[in-house]
Design a protein around this ligand. Structure first.
Ligand code: DAT
Ligand code: MG
Length: 139
């Protein structure tokens, strides 16, 4: 067994809709351990690092604007295979078609805005998790 960590973000839509507790409860109920938790007002600089792979894509600028539109809750969760386990709990990127039973599928949909407001972020690999945890939890 290897203990792995992942970065989870509750995006501004999830925080504004008071879904933080519901999301965290699902991750805990699946059996992962909450290691760190904080509410943050992201900055453009921080988001540029976080979304490095998407800089220059058509949805990048609206994505950053959305992530700056309100506070975000950042969490580190730990457990064996937590990276893929959380991505499975979160569901696919487009919340309209994410499977029912997932966080995005149950709580989200495309509201007709430019960027999919899909409630959560989860690291997609061990390398991204390490990189993203450093960005959001510098202290
Ligand atoms: P994920 O968050 O499922 O890992 P991603 O890393 O490809 O997805 O993209 C980051 C975020 O950018 C995603 O959560 C929502 C937004 N996004 C991605 N693809 C998009 C698209 N085609 N149109 C609008 N927003 C998009
Ligand atoms: Mg991603």
């Amino acid at each position: 067994m290897t203990t792995e960590r992942t970065l989870v973000l509750i995006k501004p839509d999830g925080v504004a809709r008071n879904l933080t507790g519901a999301v965290l409860a699902r991750v805990e109920a699946k059996g992962y351990t909450l290691v760190e938790l904080k509410k943050v007002n992201a900055t453009r600089e921080l988001l540029e690092q976080h979304y490095e792979e998407h800089v220059g894509k058509p949805f990048y600028e609206p994505l950053v604007e959305f992530m700056l539109s309100g506070p975000v809750v950042a969490a580190i969760f730990e457990g064996h295979r937590v990276i893929e386990g959380f991505r499975s709990l979160a569901g696919t990127t487009d919340p309209t078609t994410a499977a029912p039973g997932t966080i995005r599928g149950d709580f989200g949909r495309d509201w007709g805005l430019k960027v999919q407001q899909n409630l959560v972020h989860g690291s997609d690999s061990a390398d991204s998790a390490e990189r993203e945890i450093k960005i959001w939890f510098q202290d």
